[in-house]
Design a protein around this ligand. Structure first.
Ligand SMILES: [Zn+2]
Length: 256
């Protein structure tokens, strides 16, 4: 896997944005395998297709590519807010590829895949409506809050300029699949409780330490009046999927 963009293919493009789009799409098409089935190459959809950019000819999974220049940021802009939330909640959104590149060397510094089942409306931030003077007055875009997605759902192909072994990427993806749930409320709870567990710095922890997030979780799920039982239910789910172990007497151990 080369990390270098092939500059010659974009020599004819004047606009920097177009240039980067061509370079990053070509690089992805030539270097990235399907994280769901391991197929060595992905195929490109024709440009301007509404949703995805790539698909796997073997397992038919779809991928959307987002490129970012410079340092890794916690949020990335996407299209219309309503459309994006509708896509997520319909469970028809593609997995996301995030490519982060160094503009001075034109090389890839980081590349992740975020499985589609890690997206919830809570990680989509509504932007301010465009002003009346704008060409698309009133249009509301969104930002995807990448930083709010648990690390278990951000699977690295390339980290700080180093490619991770394919077997490790595939096994990390497979492990993430065990967290898949298509019910949006269940998904929100699971990812929120996982985020709480991730914030506890030690590998062993107690139920009380998770209960400490009760008011934060209540604020995120105002319609639910039984936050503590919900927390215990999610911990059981995480145990059943092999992410934590119950040690007894309200003690747990992380296995990730
Ligand atoms: Zn595949």
């Amino acid at each position: 896997m080369t990390l270098q963009f092939d500059e010659t293919i974009a020599a004819d493009y004047k606009s920097q944005a177009q240039k980067i789009r061509v370079l990053s799409e070509t690089w992805t098409g030539e270097n990235v395998y399907c994280p769901r089935c391991g197929n060595p190459a992905l195929a490109r959809f024709p440009n301007n297709r509404a949703v995805a950019d790539f698909y796997c000819p073997k397992c038919h999974s779809e991928y959307e590519l987002k490129s970012q220049k410079g340092a890794v940021r916690d949020k990335i802009p996407d299209g219309a807010y309503d459309t994006f939330v509708a896509r997520i909640t319909s469970n028809h959104n593609p997995d996301f590829f995030l490519l982060n590149y160094d503009a001075s060397t034109l090389s890839v510094s980081n590349f992740w895949v975020i499985p589609n089942f890690f997206f919830t409306p809570a990680i989509v931030e509504k932007r301010k409506a465009l002003s009346l003077n704008a060409r698309r007055a009133g249009w509301i875009g969104c930002n995807i809050m990448i930083g709010a997605i648990p690390p278990q759902g951000r699977i690295c192909f390339i980290q700080n300029g180093l490619a991770i072994e394919k077997e490790i990427v595939l096994s990390n993806f497979e492990r993430a699949i065990s967290l898949q749930t298509n019910n949006m409320d269940a998904r929100g709870w699971l990812l929120d409780v996982l985020n709480c567990v991730n914030q506890i710095p030690t590998s062993e922890f107690s139920l009380e330490q998770v209960y400490a997030f009760e008011s934060e979780l209540q604020a995120r799920h105002p319609e639910n009046n039984n936050v503590c039982p919900k927390i215990r239910q999610q911990l059981q789910f995480l145990r059943d999927r092999g992410y934590i172990r119950f040690l007894g007497r309200g003690r747990y151990q992380k296995l990730f």
